[in-house]
Design a binder for this molecule. Structure first.
Ligand SMILES: [Zn+2]
Length: 117
């Protein structure tokens, strides 16, 4: 389950950020994940809870939000959001091209913000 390693990275980053800003109590962290990042929010929440148990981060709220997938058609150049897609097959609504589109968003995985005091 790669959410465990994602949660561990989150904790490491949050820890560094908090030290940098001289705060000790984490209230909330918001994570943005692209559809292609293959993050299962439930699994990430579970991993977060398991890893923060009995640490200073216990009880902090984890919020996850999915970043929609956006691609640009290789053929006609329009940008569109595939309804239900994998990188392998995304059909352009304008010209029908199926392959080779440029992915503009949907791969990201980052911390949007965190609240601490
Ligand atoms: Zn097209």
């Amino acid at each position: 389950m790669h959410e465990m390693s994602i949660a561990q990275s989150l904790i490491d980053i949050v820890d560094q950020e908090m030290k940098k800003h001289g705060v000790t109590k984490l209230l909330k962290v918001k994570v943005m994940h692209g559809r292609l990042a293959n993050v299962v929010p439930e699994a990430l929440h579970f991993a977060w809870q398991a890893l923060t148990l009995e640490t200073p981060f216990e009880g902090a709220e984890l919020v996850t939000e999915e970043v929609p997938l956006k691609v640009r058609c290789k053929q006609c150049g329009i940008t569109f959001e595939p309804e239900d897609a994998t990188l392998l097959l995304m059909i352009c609504p304008q010209c029908g091209e199926e392959f080779g589109h440029e992915v503009l968003s949907g791969k990201e995985l980052y911390i949007e913000n965190l609240e601490a005091e």
